[in-house]
Design a protein around this ligand. Structure first.
Ligand code: FAD
Length: 443
């Protein structure tokens, strides 16, 4: 049995790991088009500063990534974020600390009294009767009111998905909150009931010594598979039960093929064997996002906290600023500090693809306007993602149901990536493990 995995991001690697864990004999080859594996998980080292191009880490309140870290023998490189990373800020009309307790919420200038009263009244609001999907904005307006949605949810969804509340499906992107309303009749009711049942600490942001690339490399070597980098899989053909991969002018046949590539790449690869499925894959939207890393030999700001997110109403060019060297101390050399600025997303897609010079200028302007920092960095790094994070539109889950139903026409062909059922690392790892179990069961 020969298995091909296309795409060396966390989804491809985790799928390989979980297949190998249960079956030490099967032949697994992973094809990655870049010279380096990791996909959206790559760390760039510049003069002792470590800048993450994409993912910063994962939350410990879900078991998926933690379990993978442990079973792949990567515990020794696991690090937890500084306790001060709990402190977060929102820039609306000025920089305000995100309230951490009900009392702090009541005192916070982020909402008016009317807005706070509207949030509190959520407890008494009737639950939605039907199961129909809606945008995060429509969900938020219904449950917690316009002010709360336009401030907290708007900033949060920009930080997690580079999206906007009116452009993302609540059911696909935030299934847990939809479930609270469905199971308990409302968010407050659900949170109170769950707190009684599941007392315990919330999630802590975790990462790896030396950045996420250290984990990727260690995971890959623990997996014991053949990894071929710098190889772009262009298309696959299907003859009987076998698939032929076309890679850099050569062909190779496999019994099973797992596409752990972004949906639009998977569409190109399968176009000739199923144009209809390819169109469905191609219709999954992605948000553009750019990251600008800034390193300072000296910085007067104490950077006590995780960083800030802006609201759309603030009309700033930046989506947020992560205070990297305060979150994980090894991200900057001792005594130095670093930040990462997020630009673009659904809010201002046109900004994400500006030139390096323009993005650096936007980032410098952004930290001046939001943090009052008027200082040039000693080191800078720009990473652009034209199609960075999948943006699940209303109806996404239903479309995925149809898509995976159609995929059943192609025995031995699988799809596993962040395009379908969750973009966080925990989601990718959980879905990859499920995919590996399905493949093993069908072998
Ligand atoms: C800026 C940013 C910040 C993020 N921050 C966080 C965070 O803090 N926490 C979190 O949980 N998640 C975060 N995420 C999301 C998370 O990083 C991603 O969802 C996850 O890494 C995606 O993994 P993947 O393997 O599904 O896809 P990818 O990482 O996109 O991997 C796909 C791989 O396939 C390769 N490939 C594509 N086409 C081909 C082809 N034809 N042939 C061969 N190889 C091919 C690509 O080069 C790539 O390596 C962030 C994402 C971004 C963009």
């Amino acid at each position: 049995m020969k298995i091909a995995i296309v795409g060396g991001g966390i989804s491809g690697l985790a799928t390989a790991f979980y297949i190998r864990q249960k079956n030490p004999d099967v032949s697994i080859t992973l094809f990655e088009k870049d010279e380096q594996i990791g996909g959206k998980m790559k760390t760039k080292e510049l003069k002792g500063f470590l800048f993450e191009e994409g993912s910063n880490g994962f939350l410990s309140n879900k078991p998926d990534t933690l379990n993978l870290v442990k079973s792949s023998g990567c515990d020794d490189i696991l690090i937890r974020s500084d306790d001060n990373a709990r402190i977060r800020f929102i820039y609306k009309d000025a920089l305000h600390q995100l309230p951490e307790s009900p009392i702090a919420f009541l005192k916070s200038p982020l909402l008016t009294c009317k807005g706070k009263f509207r949030v509190a009244s959520e407890y008494f609001r009737a639950a939605k009767k039907d199961d129909k999907d809606e945008t995060l904005q429509s969900f938020g307006y219904r449950r917690v009111g316009k002010e709360m949605t336009d401030t907290f949810l708007d900033a949060m969804v920009a930080g997690i998905f580079a999206s906007s509340p009116d452009k993302i499906s609540v059911k696909s992107a935030f299934p847990a909150v939809v479930k609270l309303e469905k199971d308990y009749g409302g968010l407050f009711r659900g949170m109170i009931a769950k707190r009684k049942k599941e007392a315990g600490p919330g999630g802590v942001l975790m990462s790896f010594k030396g950045g996420v690339s250290t984990f990727i490399e260690k995971l890959a070597s623990s997996t014991n598979i053949e990894i071929k980098t710098g190889l772009h899989v262009k298309k696959i053909d299907k003859v009987d039960e076998e698939y032929t991969l076309h890679v850099n002018g050569k062909t190779e046949s496999f019994d099973r093929v797992i596409l752990s590539t972004p949906a639009y790449e998977s569409a190109q690869i399968i176009k000739e064997i199923d144009d209809n499925l390819a169109q469905m894959l191609d219709s999954i939207e992605y948000s553009p996002i750019s990251i600008v890393g800034l390193g300072y030999n000296e910085l007067s700001h104490d950077l006590k906290g995780f960083g800030l997110l802006t609201t759309s109403s603030a009309k700033k060019e930046v989506l947020g600023v992560l205070w990297d060297s305060s979150i994980f101390h090894d991200r900057a050399p001792k005594g130095k500090k670093s930040l990462r600025v997020m630009i673009g997303g659904q809010r201002s897609p046109e900004l994400a693809m500006k030139s390096d010079k323009e993005l650096l200028e936007i980032a410098i302007r952004g930290i001046k306007e939001t943090m009052g920092l008027d200082v040039l960095p000693d080191v800078s790094y720009v990473k652009r993602f034209e199609r960075g994070i999948p943006n699940y539109r209303v109806g996404h889950l239903e479309s995925m149901g149809e898509l995976f139903e159609k995929l059943k026409n192609h025995r031995g062909l699988y799809l596993s990536s962040n395009a379908y059922y969750g973009v966080g690392l925990n989601d990718c790892v959980r879905n990859s493990k499920k995919m590996a179990e399905q493949i093993l069961a069908e072998m």
